[in-house]
Ligand binder design. Sequence first.
Ligand code: ADP
Ligand SMILES: CCCC(=O)OP(=O)(O)O
Length: 367
Amino acid sequence: MQEIQHRILVINPGSTSTKIGIFDGETSIFEKTIRHDSTEIGSYANIIDQYDFRKRTILKSLDQEGMNISKLSAVCGRGGLLRPIEGGTYEVNEQMLRDLKKGYSGQHASNLGGIIAYEIASGLNIPSFIVDPVVVDELDDIARISGFSLIERKSIFHALNQKAVSYRVAKEIGMKYEESTFIVTHMGGGITVGVHKNGRVIDVNNGLHGDGPFSPERAGTVPAGDLVDLCFSGDYYREEVMKKLVGQGGLVGYLGTNDAVKVEKMIENGNLEAKKVYEAMAYQVAKEIGAASAVVFGKVDAIILTGGLAYGKEFVSNITERVNWIADVIVQPGENELQALAEGALRILRNEEQVKVYPNRKRVEIK
Ligand SMILES: Nc1ncnc2c1ncn2[C@@H]1O[C@H](COP(=O)(O)OP(=O)(O)O)[C@@H](O)[C@H]1O
Ligand SMILES: CCCC(=O)OP(=O)(O)O
């Protein structure tokens, strides 16, 4: 019997870009990255306010490329800041839409993935899904302890790409993901460093809310006492401080751009401040990888560098020379998220996997 060829539209809203693709089965027939500069994105008060702009941009791009979406089998979006859940493919439902609109665990562009997928899919009477959203939570209990009893550490990271790249690398080096230990560093608009042990992400910095290295648009960990003083100085509203941490932090705060390619041009043109800040970002990433290696007693099969910033040769070499004593560094620039979204939807459409129903709050216990 001939297998049905499913056509899937995939949508990945990131903090600095919107990536879209159309897949026939596993085969990509169209992919596009639409970059958004920080002034364009920064003009919206909330993520949900970007809904019209991002959806219009997606539909316009598809139209310009002559992509007919009337014959789709499903639409799959990158999932956002929902309640903490286990990994997998979830059908978008009412509860999920409410949580995405509200930003149950915070505000991030990926909240729009499920919402836009649902809107496009419901117009075509087909299902919409999300896969491995940024709230996938497999943390060891010890990693949840922050040191401040009122605040628990949370798992918010590039789950989709970290997992997809880990499977790919494991295969390439002749190991099984479920039997390997990787430190995976995704470096996009946000930066997350995950400790993957036997197929679970047992520790990772919260890439959104002030934890870990600074990034193109985020502050990462900042001195807590000074931050409290700033919050109570009377000089800033809550939203202003949040924006300075997420969206207008990191490279944007120091250099006015979230675009590392522009920063590299500034450095080429002799801008010493840009050089110092860019090197400091690499320094902080390396430091986080060092800390992550201590979680697994230094027994690491490979360190993986991925995401858009991994295209930056000098940046990657600054990190590598500080951490390659821990394990081999494998560089996988860009991300595999569009493919991973398509494959997540295909497994459901082909009945190879059971679709998950949100909310499914089971935490994965690690023995
Ligand atoms: N060739 C490159 N060299 C250096 N940095 C790059 C390159 N391509 C993209 N980047 C940077 O990667 C970052 C975006 O990474 P990406 O993974 O696409 O992020 P997101 O998905 O969060 O939008 C931006 O700062 C961008 O300038
Ligand atoms: C919220 C964690 C994931 C993240 O930071 O994604 P982007 O780099 O796409 O903003």
